[in-house]
Design a protein around this ligand. Structure first.
Ligand code: HEM
Length: 156
């Protein structure tokens, strides 16, 4: 997977001196790798709690005013009812889907959703992509001391 991301980055930046922000839009596999990382390892596993401001009925349940809800992004990202083989790191799942970072699809909300969602999405994604693209462009990465990629699987 790393090689695939590296090939993509090097292909796009082949005849260029440096990577520019405009080049990032073409890096679809790298974007999928970032999404898959945030699906399995959301930086904020529990979103800022929300509180209902009035009594409500949702799907037959009475929700009293002042009820707090904690949204478990970590659990949603690994829910087998929502994702095929959820424990597997498989960036390709995002290549064929239109799910973005913006919280439009509640299956994938690493930046939250709605009015209190993260205002730093674009800044963060651009920065992460640019740094990763440069690391892949300029360096060849290997694991130390004979560690194999498969040895890392238990870390997910
Ligand atoms: C990968 C990087 C980042 C991730 C995954 C992230 C994720 C989040 C999440 C999950 C929330 C809570 C959203 C919610 O409760 O619905 C949040 C809130 C927020 N984030 Fe980020 N964030 C990141 C980077 C940034 C950056 C770079 C900035 C500013 C430059 C930023 C500014 C904020 C602010 C101000 C809030 C509070 C919004 C509010 O409560 O109305 N974040 N972020």
């Amino acid at each position: 997977m790393m090689k695939k991301a590296q090939n993509e980055v090097r292909e796009i930046t082949r005849n260029k001196k440096d990577i520019r922000e405009v080049d990032l839009d073409e890096m679809h596999y790298l974007t999928a790798v970032i999404k898959e990382t945030l699906r399995l390892h959301p930086i904020l596993p529990l979103l800022t709690p929300r509180e209902s401001c009035r009594d409500a009925k949702i799907q037959g349940y009475d929700i009293a005013v002042g009820t707090q809800v904690f949204i478990n992004v970590w659990a949603i990202g690994r829910d087998p009812g929502l994702w095929d083989n959820p424990e597997e790191f498989h960036p390709e799942r995002f290549l064929t889907s239109s799910i973005d970072f913006k919280g439009h699809n509640f299956r994938f909300i690493p930046f939250g959703a709605g009015r209190r969602g993260c205002p730093g999405i674009s800044f963060s994604i651009t920065t992460i992509k640019l740094v990763l693209a440069k690391l892949l462009h300029y360096f060849d990465w290997t694991l130390p001391d004979g560690t194999r990629g498969v040895d890392l699987e238990s870390w997910t």
